[in-house]
Design a protein around this ligand. Structure first.
Ligand code: SF4
Ligand code: SF4
Length: 187
């Protein structure tokens, strides 16, 4: 008998909670028709950024992002031309092994690479996750960004900025061992 009463109480309690939410707006999102607005600093797909006026890639092929990437997801091929400047031939990113750490964006001094707020890139084919330069640029075309000022190189420590001091053997004080040798000679 007691268990039946308990069951009725729990049922009424549950129905009350359900009733409270009946008139409220549904929290469920009808994905993919509806999407949550992602926070500006969320880390989604890595994209390449283009100049807002000319539309050309901001990338100067300095390769800092490739060196900063902990998973070796970035591959860059940029041989030097006759003018000794690097020509960007290949910029490839393997989204499948990217861990979205943001270190590439952090390393770039030219506002050329960014983790956009976009996040839909699932595919049935693993090879489709390797994105070339043109795809990275196209996906990044509508990504807003602010050109960051170039980072200044850290000042050299004083010991490196001054030329090494040479010791004048004439002016140098005599060492203890040479004094001992002198004393031995006098004896
Ligand atoms: S760090 Fe920036 S400019 Fe340098 S290669 Fe990477 S994306 Fe290009
Ligand atoms: S977000 Fe991290 S793992 Fe992905 S490409 Fe950039 S540095 Fe590499």
């Amino acid at each position: 008998m007691l268990s039946i009463v308990k069951g009725i109480v729990e049922l009424v309690r549950g129905m009350t909670i359900t009733g409270k939410h009946l008139g409220k707006h549904a929290v469920t999102l009808q994905y993919p028709e509806e999407k949550w607005p992602m926070p500006e600093r969320s880390r989604g797909i890595v994209v390449l950024l283009s100049d807002k006026e000319t539309g050309a890639l901001n990338c100067t092929a300095c390769m800092l992002c490739m060196r900063a990437c902990p998973t070796a997801a970035i591959t860059i091929d940029a041989p030097r031309g006759e003018d000794k400047k690097r020509q960007l031939k290949v910029f490839q990113l393997d989204v499948g092994i990217c861990c979205f750490c943001g270190l590439c964006e952090e390393a770039c001094n030219f506002s050329a690479i960014k983790l956009a707020t976009k996040y839909e890139f699932s595919t049935e084919n693993k090879e489709d996750l390797v994105w070339d330069m043109h795809k990275l640029q196209e996906v990044g075309r509508d990504v807003p960004y602010e050109a960051r000022p170039k980072k200044k190189p850290a000042p050299k420590p004083e010991s490196q900025s001054q030329p090494p001091q040479t010791v004048n053997p004439v002016a140098a004080p005599e060492s203890e061992s040479s004094e001992d040798e002198k004393k031995e000679g006098e004896a």
